[in-house]
Structures are given as C-alpha cells and as structure tokens.
Design a protein around this ligand. Structure first.
Ligand code: F6R
Length: 239
C-alpha cells in the first residue's frame, strides 16, 4: 500500500476518475460509500461528472458504511441525510438501490440482513473509506475483532469529540453506531482510502507501516490485495 500524495483537490479529481472508469466498465457496479468531511470533494466531483454527462449511476447500487444509532433518516446529522444532501439528491442513483444501515432498527436480524443484501447484490466493487484519527475505518474502533460483519459499536470518546463539530454540543453526539464490520469491508474487490490533514498523520502511519492489529483497524488493509490510498502531505507527514 503505497500512498499517492497529492492535494485533497487533486485526490478528489483522481478518485472520481476511478468511479468513472469503473462505471464505464461495469454500469451496475456496487459502490461502498462513506460520510464525513473526507469524501466531500470526491462527491462534488462525481456530481460534476454526472452533470457533464460523463458518468451515470442509473444501474449502480450503493451501500454506506455506517449510521448513528437512534438518529432517524430525517435528522440533519444522520448519515442517510448527509448522503442525500451531498450526493444522492444530485445524481441518478435509484432510491431503491441505495442502502444505509438503519440507525433505528439495530436488531441482530437487521444487521445480518445488511451483509446479506451486500452479498445478494454481488459484493462491493469499490469501497470508499475515510480514516478516523484513532485509525478506525467505518466505525470499527480500535480493538474491534477483524472477523465482525455489520454490527453495533460504542463510539470512543475520541470519535465522539472528533465528530462533535457537526452537533450543537458533545452531549448530542450519539454514543453508538451501526457499522459494516472489518470483514464486510475486506470483502470489497477494491478499496479506496482517503486521508487529509495533520490530524490523520499518526493513524495513517500506523495503518500503512505499523503492525497489522485490531488496535489500528485500518492496518488490516495491508492484507487486502487492491487498495489505493490518496493522502495529502499533511496526512503523510509521519510516513
Ligand atoms: C464515515 C466513516 C468514518 C469516517 C472517519 C473520518 O462514514 O465511516 O470512518 O470516514 O471518521 O471522518 P472525517 O472524514 O470526517 O475526518
């Protein structure tokens, strides 16, 4: 996993090219999507390519990584809401083929059904990942066993503090999330990891050059055969 060090803007353009190439080759591709600040530039590029007639999601399917427990899809900090606002409402991906874990039904059956739906769709062709400052991918926090599929996690204090910027106060940040597991992520055929800013430097160095350990969930990516990493020079500072 050799990272490609470019500006965040350049990464967004080059990452969007991967989607264009994939959807040209396989119009019914299955896309694993992420939320947070990291993919916003990429999503803006995908919307621009769609508007320019360069890309179509009409036959594609999507599965998002995660959702906060107890936030309804209408809550402006739910990940479903985020995706509608920043991507889904602006492209031609059919609603019926959009999947985001439910934050309201986190029963064992609903969590297992999410992994089953991914399999039934043929598996994820391209999984997009951001990187938590503590090395998490999806919401697989440090210590999460690699073998888990979609499950509920208790968010760490660090993650809640990192994400408090989107809420009125830390108290309002949900304490739990439903997330694809590391096993789910590792099943994707191709993985695209994006990391920008100095706050990601420790986690990125540990993920790419440290031991493969559940203490740094992103380190598992060293075991995947096809991972592309785009990062800026701030995130690459400790590599
Ligand atoms: C989001 C997700 C998280 C974020 C990570 C980085 O769906 O699964 O792993 O990718 O917390 O967040 P940002 O991009 O806001 O720095």
């Amino acid at each position: 996993m050799k990272p490609i060090v470019v500006s965040a803007e350049e990464a967004a353009v080059r990452a969007a090219e991967l989607y264009r190439a994939l959807l040209r080759r396989k119009p019914d591709a299955v896309l694993g999507l992420a939320t947070g600040s990291t993919p916003l530039g990429l999503y803006a590029q995908l919307v621009a390519l769609y508007r320019a007639g360069e890309i179509s999601f009409a036959q594609a399917t999507s599965f998002n990584l995660d959702e906060y427990v107890d936030l309804p899809p209408t809550h402006d900090q739910s990940y479903r809401y985020f995706m509608e606002k920043n991507l889904f409402s602006q492209i031609d991906l059919p609603q019926a083929r959009i999947h985001v874990p439910s934050g309201l039904d986190v029963s064992e059956a609903a969590l297992a059904a999410y992994d089953e739906a991914i399999e039934a769709a043929g598996g994820i062709d391209l999984q997009l990942l951001g990187l938590g400052g503590n090395g998490h991918i999806g919401f697989n926090e440090p210590g999460t066993p690699f073998a888990l599929g979609t499950h509920v996690v208790a968010l760490t204090e660090r993650t809640r503090r990192d994400n408090a910027r989107f809420f009125a106060s830390l108290d309002e940040v949900p304490t739990h999330a439903a997330t694809m597991g590391v096993r789910t992520v590792m099943h994707a055929r191709v993985i695209l990891l994006l990391a920008f800013g100095r706050a990601k430097a420790e986690a990125l160095a540990a993920a790419l050059t440290g031991p493969v350990t559940p203490d740094v969930p992103a380190s598992v990516l060293q075991l995947h055969p096809d991972v592309t990493v785009f990062c800026d020079k701030e995130a690459a500072a400790l590599l």
